[in-house]
Every structure is written in C-alpha cells, then in structure tokens.
Design a protein around this ligand. Structure first.
Ligand code: NAD
Length: 638
C-alpha cells in the first residue's frame, strides 16, 4: 500500500499523498505509484490535466523517506539508495517534461523530495502556509531531485544562498526564487480543484491567482549577491566573516551547522549548471546523481541522518572542518560515473540469471548496480547481493523480460533450457552467454523460437576481470529484435557487443577467436623457450616481437613471461586469468565444429592436443593457459 490516493475525476487525474503523520515523506513505493499514474494518464484522452496535492495541514511533502536509506546504507547495502534516487530522479524529470499540465498544491512544508515532486510541475501553487526549502546540506547531502536546476536559475546568487543555508522560503520568496508560480489562499483551493476537474482547463489557475506576496529575499538580493559571489566555500566564508551585519552573522551561523563537504559540492554544482548554455533538468539530475551515487560511501549523508533523525543528538561529526574541504574531494564527488551514470531509462528490466559462477556472479552484480531487478539461481546455491534468490531455474525465469544463462557447457545449457523455456513469458529473451558448441546454441534458439521467445547466443571474451569491470566483449548470434532488447544489458556488462548474424554465429565467432588465441599463445610460449636456449633475454624478445610481425594479443597484452610486458597472470604465479582447462574446452569446441563443417584446422587440432596433454597428463589443470611457457621451458626436443 503506497500512501497515495490515485484516481480519475472529471477531466483530471488526481494524485494525493496520504501520509500526513509522516509529513507526507515520499517513500520509494509512493514514488513508483506516482510514476505509474503519470505513465497511465499520458495518453489517456479522458485526462486533460493532473492535480497533485497532499492530505493534512502541515506539509505537502517534507522530503524523501530517508530512514530506509539509512538502515540499508549502514548495513553496507548501497544499491537500495542508489535505486531509489535513480527512480525518483526519473520521476522528477517526468513531472518537468510531462506533456499535460500538472498543477501542484504546495501547502505547509515542501522540502527536498517534496520540491522534486511539486516543484517542477507546470503550475505550482503556494498559499499562506507554504514553507519551501532545500535542506540537504544540513544532513550531509546536496540539493537533489532537480533542486539544483532551480537553484542554478534563481536570480543572482540566491541559489547559492538557499542551497548552502537551507533557508526556508515563504510564498513570496518561493515565487521570486523560481520554486513556485502562483499564490492562491488555501481557502480557495477546493473550489479551484473542482473547477479544474470539471473543465480540465489549467488556465483557471492563473485566473484565480492573487499577486505574489512580498519577498524578503528579493529585498536582500544585493547583499546575498555580494556575499555569495565567491568561487568556493572559503570565499563565501571570508566574505561573511568580514561583514558585521546581522544578516551575515546569522547566515554564517547557519553554514556552521551544515556539512562542509556538502556545501562545497553544492556551490560547485550550482556554478557548473549555471555556466551551461543549454541547461536542462536532466543535466542537473545527472550531476546530482553523481553525488547521490557516492554520498553514502564518501560523504556525510549517513552521519547527517544519524544526528538528525536516528539519534536526534543534532551534533553530527562531519568529515571536514568548515574551512578545510580539499578541492580534490569536491571533484571526486562530481566526477562522471561512466556506466553507472543516471540514464533515465524507463522501469528497470526483470532479469533471471542462471549460473552465478566466476563469470555469472559479477555480471549479475553489474546489472543490479545499474538498477535492474535480478532473480538468480545456481545449483551450487551461490547468491549475489541485491538479487532475489530462486529455488529453481524455472522460478528465476518466470516473469522475466530477459533470462541470462552463464553455464559450463552445451549439455547443461540444453537441460536448463528444457526447464526454463516453458516457464518464460511470451516475448521474453533467452540470452545465453556461456561458451557452448554451435549445435547446442542453434538447438536452444530453435526451441525458444518455437515457444514464442527471442534467443541470443552471446559468448564473451574478457574473462573474470572483464566480467567484474563490465568490459566484456559479446559476440552475438540471433535476431535483430532480440539483439535490440538485450543491447542495454550488453552496454552494462560489456564494452562492446558485435552482432555476428543469426543464431549460433556468436558461438562460431567465439570459438574461431579462441582457436587463434590458443595457437598464438602456444607459438608465443615455444618461441620464448627457444629464445631462452639461444641466449636471448626475454626483455629483448618482448621488445622486438611486440613491435614486429610476430606480435599478437598473447605477446603484447598477456605476455606469458613473468616480469615482462604489462602485468599478466604470469606475474601472479599463473593463477588464472583464463584457465588452461577453459582453453581446452574452447579448442575442443572448435574442433567439434570443424569436424561438423568439414574444415581443415591442423593448427587448431595441434593446439587442442597440446592443451589436452597439459591439462590431463601434466600440471596444467587449474593454471592459467599461459603457463604453457614453464611447460616448454622444462623440455627438450625428445
Ligand atoms: P563456473 O564454473 O565458475 O560457473 C558456472 C556456474 O554454473 C557454477 O556456479 C555452477 O554451479 C552453475 N551451474 C552448473 N549447472 C547448473 C544448472 N543446471 N543450473 C544452474 N546453475 C548451474 O564457470 P565460469 O568461469 O563462470 O564460466 C561460465 C561460462 O563462461 C563457461 O561457458 C565458460 O566457458 C565461459 N567463459 C569463461 C571465462 C572465464 O574466464 N572464466 C571467459 C570467457 C567465457
């Protein structure tokens, strides 16, 4: 139950927050419920406009519900907060960009998350009791939910003043600063709402509005501009300290309570946003999310909530002293997030993930971090933080938009496919990222197509390191439609996805690539062993070959000789990396495919035979595939 009342009345869609005892603090559920209503009414011809209001006398909405964020954050779970913010910011942008008028009725406290909800609508109405503020710096956070967008466009340096001090604005100030549009006494609201519902005409808001009350902040504007005109927090503090006026001293006191890092970051955010010639709310939200993403780990947010609402001791221990926030800490908070950046993607996908081994677990973790809902299953009982755990493969697959499999081989893939295909919903995509034989890939794809599902074979290169870093390369076989659906997931888990053609072609590309890799690694290792015997130093060998016609990925990027070239498993006692066992598996797949296709692959066959001896008869099992070098080192020709 989401503490919102959502209904259609007359020509209006009407959303009311119904959590007055908690000052209508916005929970995650409320956020999702409001978004769902907006989505539903966007193209509904019966809905001409949206009304957004709240029950109770004291607040439209006093902020986001941060208690749950505190609890999950202190338990080390950063994903909950990040997901909440991501979804909330998408809602903020949706409200700002909504194609129909949205009329918000902002009575009482409208703080933080409340501004995100009511402060970006097309018609924002204040009344006698309105008190709007962005109080985040007081709890070790920064103005978010699009608040920085309004602050950056406020007159003069008002944005800096309001963001840093968390000062409250009455109706006149809120209209002056750009947080609201109209002033209509609250007693008039019921009649206005009725008229809006009956007519669907948002123009009535303007007609009902009275002149905006005086704005004390407007009167203070010249002083605020002078005091908050500095580059950084230290400048602002200096200017305030050198001004003996009551206003300056009161302001200085307010800053003394707030988190120094938060204030320094807020200043920088406002400056950056104001300097943008094409500023949009999305750009502001994207910048805010850089901070949200990091604030629990690297900022004062958890300490700020502890002091304000958990222990209520009101004596937070901020990370920095007021005058001592290093510029580098500010830059770090605002550095781009790369793949984790806010992207306003519509509701996250439901993903079933089967096979959470060395590769599957980090791939699933990256999908969760990007905001997708993952349900995992592994016969070994492995779990991944943030994923729901299913008790069978079929359960993980049920209701999923995409089911990803990351399994040891084709036989296991076929048996898992038998279990999950009947459980999958029509239109869903089965995305197999395991390395398997081409025949199994094509058989599973045909079985999936027969059940009305999309299917992709998308084996990877990049190993466990690439799976963790989200830099895998996917080689993909299957239809254009299925590829398009899975593309956002490839973008999260990898750096590149090459669509190689119809089903099975991904596996074909993978085994051809790895056949080359197996052969070149052996060639590189035997050449090093020969060079040793000819008295050539390994360093000289690397320097020549890596820049001559013998170069390859095996030599240049993954050099099998310890201490030579870039860091590789050779420098770590040949701990894989990419295990010799897996190379043997892939070479066998290449030879199986070559048999079936009647292709002549003598070097591939020789590489397979060598890795087979190495893994099955020698000491290769569990070692990196580049450990062929110590193998050759020990041997003579006989
Ligand atoms: P892994 O053995 O670590 O993981 C496979 C997982 O599948 C295991 O956790 C296992 O318990 C689970 N599993 C087995 N049968 C299952 C079933 N019926 N239902 C559910 N789960 C089941 O292997 P990995 O290293 O993660 O490799 C997975 C795939 O990726 C393989 O096909 C491999 O060839 C390929 N691959 C691996 C690497 C690498 O460097 N490890 C690189 C590229 C490709």
């Amino acid at each position: 139950m989401s503490d919102t009342k959502i209904r259609k009345q007359g020509r209006a869609g009407h959303i009311t927050l119904t959590r007055p005892k908690a000052l209508n603090a916005l929970s995650y559920d409320m956020c999702l419920a409001v978004e769902a209503a907006l989505d539903q009414w966007r193209n509904d011809p019966q809905v001409d406009l949206i009304l957004l209001d709240a029950e109770g006398d004291r607040a439209f909405c006093a902020g986001g519900d941060i208690a749950e964020m505190y609890q999950t954050g202190t338990e080390g779970n950063l994903d909950y907060g990040r997901r909440f913010w991501r979804d909330e910011y998408r809602l903020n942008a949706k409200l700002a960009e909504y194609p129909k008028p949205v009329v918000s009725f902002l009575h009482g406290f409208v703080m933080g998350g409340g501004v995100g909800l009511g402060g970006h609508c097309s018609h924002r109405i204040t009344c006698e009791s309105t008190q709007i503020s962005m109080p985040e710096c007081g709890i070790g956070f920064v103005p978010d939910v699009g608040g920085s967008f309004i602050l950056a466009r406020a007159p003069g340096r008002l944005g800096e003043y309001l963001g840093l001090t968390a000062a409250r604005m009455g109706p006149g100030d809120a209209i002056h600063a750009g947080f609201a549009d109209h002033y209509i006494p609250e007693a008039e609201w019921p009649t206005l709402k009725t008229l809006l519902r009956e007519t669907g005409d948002a123009g009535l808001v303007q007609q009902a509005a009275l002149p905006a009350p005086d704005s004390p902040l407007a009167a203070q504007q010249p002083q605020i501009d002078a005091l908050f005109g500095g580059e950084g927090l230290a400048d602002v503090l200096n200017l305030l300290r050198n001004d003996t006026s009551d206003f300056a001293q009161k302001t200085l006191k307010a800053l003394g309570r707030n988190a120094p890092l938060s204030m320094a970051v807020t200043l920088e955010m406002i400056h950056r946003l104001r300097a943008m010639s094409n500023l949009t709310i999305r750009k502001a939200l994207e910048l805010e999310y850089r901070v949200s993403h990091r604030i629990m780990e690297h900022g004062d947010f958890l300490e700020g909530i502890r002091a304000a609402i958990i222990d209520k001791d009101r004596s937070p221990k901020w990370r920095h002293a007021l005058d001592k926030v290093p510029a580098v800490d500010v830059s770090r908070m605002l550095a781009p997030l790369g793949k984790q950046a806010l992207d306003f993607r519509e509701n996250s996908m439901k993903i079933g993930f089967i096979g959470l081994g060395n590769m599957g677990a980090p791939m699933a973790a990256n999908l969760i971090a990007a905001g997708h809902q993952v349900t995992g299953f592994d016969v070994a009982g492995v779990t991944v933080e943030g994923a729901a755990q299913a008790t069978s493969a079929a359960e993980a697959a049920k209701g999923a938009d995409v089911v990803i499999t990351m399994l040891p081989n084709g036989a296991i893939l076929r048996s898992v496919a038998d279990d999950i295909i009947p459980a999958m919903q029509p239109g869903a995509v089965l995305l197999d990222c395991s390395t398997v034989d081409v025949e199994s890939a094509r058989a599973v794809a045909a079985q999936a197509a027969g059940a009305g599902l999309g299917a992709l074979d998308a084996p990877v290169s990049g190993g466990i390191g690439g799976a963790s870093a989200g830099t895998l390369t996917f080689m993909v076989g299957g239809s254009d439609d299925a590829f398009a659906k899975a593309k956002p997931l490839f973008d999260i888990m990898g750096q590149k996805a090459v669509h190689c053609g119809p089903s099975g072609n991904g596996q074909a590309a993978k085994i051809c690539n790895n056949m080359i890799l197996g052969v070149t690694m052996i060639a590189t290792c035997e050449a090093f062993a020969l060079a040793d015997k000819l008295g050539l130093s390994r360093e000289a060998m690397f320097d020549v070959v890596s820049t001559s016609s013998g170069y390859s990925w095996s030599m240049n990027a993954y050099c099998p000789a310890p201490g030579v070239g870039p860091k590789s498993p050779a420098d770590n006692g040949y701990v894989p990396g990419f295990a010799a066992d897996l190379m043997l598996k892939d070479l066998r797949l290449s030879q199986q495919a070559a048999e079936a296709a009647d292709a002549d692959t003598p070097m591939g066959k020789a590489a397979m035979d060598l890795y087979q001896s190495f893994v099955e008869d020698e000491d290769g099992k569990g070692r990196d595939f580049s450990a062929m070098l110590p193998r050759f080192e020990k041997r003579g020709r006989g």
